[in-house]
Write a protein that binds this ligand. Structure first.
Ligand code: PLP
Length: 442
């Protein structure tokens, strides 16, 4: 019996022993095409020699130095690299070990900012239903993923949740994009006013919703209106790009495609591509200056923040993405994947929607396309899908509860940026075979 407390205590996991480009290989020699990058992490695949060499070099020189004593060249260089490419106004970076820590950091920076500028009454956070911001208590409270929150509810800080920009289900048939986005912005504004405009500190949203909705990008204009509402009431905008950032949707930051900037942006996953655990929170010069000119100390910190080896991995990953022109490849292969999914599954009676941006795609399953009726939750279609896909040698990221935490099933795809046309065909073929097998099993 394993002494590891695995995620599921009833499931036996295959043992991964090696990686080969976009494939993982288990102890029995079975190969799995990683069409989800694990959970949108492995953007360079699993055997990138340049990144591996950079990690080796860093460990051989300086593995780690605690950030309360030292800075390191590699951390400074990574921060310079990110800020040089970040949306306007973002001027500093705080490095952590993953996405949840990045979100916690953003929430604390928002709070401390208001304390520093003499607005200590600002304490409320507003986020969106059907979102995910991480599993630590603050990040879990921010998220609107009902299923993940439910049993921990008594431990969570109070956060309001407004509607997501989920056009497939929430935009009325007779509603224009303009009207839909205005309605959502008004809902946010009404919630700010209900809580008290001078008591709200931040609004948190994923530019492209990942695991909870399955690659749902906002309708054009939505984020500009949200930004205006936040600005009108002095509320900070936190964009959570842990999943959709670092090139996943075809631009280094997902916010670039919305034509807005944020006060805080969280990143992780693709930042280190799985070669090391690393996340980061980018903050505006305004927030940094408020702290610098106030207490002069950000009251936060973990032992492994700014870990030198993690920074070296991230720097090598980000240089590789840029130098190899992988953002263009994400757009090209993302379009190809979308086209092939639509050709193969677009008319399938149980495929309601195929969506997403770049190499971040979602497929929502339904029992009938016209009524958009979800499968009964007891059938656990998403769980069957994951199991069957693994049997076909395909890793994908299916989730249930797409509509409300209970009903609905979708499949999230986030393959490595290095996939070629053959891999796209393999993904589409195996997804199609998996879908047929799952439907037959119901
Ligand atoms: N935010 C978003 C949007 C995520 O998708 C995730 C993880 O899936 C997180 C935060 C939490 O990141 P981590 O699992 O690295 O703590």
């Amino acid at each position: 019996m394993s002494h590891v407390l695995h995620r599921s205590l009833t499931h036996t996991y295959p043992t991964a022993v090696a990686g080969d480009g976009p494939y993982l290989i288990d102890r029995d020699g079975r190969r799995y095409l990683d069409a989800s990058g694990g959970a949108a992490v492995s953007c360079l695949g699993h055997s990138d020699q340049e990144v591996i060499a950079a990690v080796r070099r860093q460990i051989g020189t300086l593995a780690y130095a605690h950030t309360s004593f030292f800075t390191t060249e590699v951390m400074e260089e990574l921060a310079d690299f990110l800020i040089a490419r970040a949306p306007a106004g973002l001027e500093s970076v705080y490095f952590v070990s993953g996405g949840s820590e990045a979100v916690e950091t953003a929430l604390k920076l928002a709070r401390q900012y208001f304390v520093e500028i003499g607005q200590p009454g600002r304490r409320h956070v507003i986020a969106r239903r059907q979102s995910y911001h991480g599993n630590t208590l603050g990040a879990l409270a921010a998220g609107g993923n009902e299923w993940r929150r439910q049993q921990f509810q008594p431990l969570l800080i109070e956060v309001s949740h407004v509607s997501p920009c989920y056009a497939y289900r929430e935009q009325r048939a007779d509603e224009s994009d303009e009207h839909f986005t205005t309605r959502l912005a008004q809902e946010l504004e009404a919630e700010i006013l209900r809580l008290g405009a001078d008591e709200v500190m931040a609004f948190v949203a994923e530019p492209v919703v990942g695991a909870t909705l399955g690659a749902v990008a906002a309708v054009p204009g939505y984020f500009r209106k949200i930004r205006e509402v936040c600005d009108r009431h002095g509320v900070l905008l936190i964009l959570d790009e842990v999943m959709c950032g670092m090139g996943r949707t075809g631009s280094l930051f997902a916010a670039e495609q919305e034509g807005i900037t944020a006060d805080l942006i969280t990143i992780a996953k693709g930042l280190g591509a799985g070669y090391q655990p690393i996340g980061a929170t980018l903050l505006s010069g305004r927030i940094r200056d408020a702290i610098a000119q106030g207490s002069g100390f950000f009251q936060h910190g973990h032992t492994y923040i700014g870990h030198a080896t993690a920074c070296a991995a991230a720097l090598a990953v980000q240089k590789a993405v840029e130098q190899r022109g992988l953002l263009e490849r994400v757009v090209r292969q993302g379009d190809r994947l979308h086209t092939r999914l639509v050709e193969r599954l677009g008319q399938h009676p149980n495929v309601g929607d195929i969506r997403g941006r770049g190499l971040f795609r979602g497929i929502e399953l339904v029992t009938d396309r016209a009524g958009k009726t979800p499968f009964a939750p007891e059938l656990k279609v998403h769980a069957r899908f994951k199991k069957q896909a693994m049997a076909e040698g395909l890793m994908c990221y299916p989730m249930g509860g797409t509509l409300d935490g209970q009903r609905g099933d979708h499949i999230l795809l986030a393959p490595p940026f290095i996939i070629d046309d053959g891999h796209v065909e393999e993904i589409v073929e195996k997804l199609s075979l998996t879908l047929d097998a799952v439907l037959t099993s119901l």
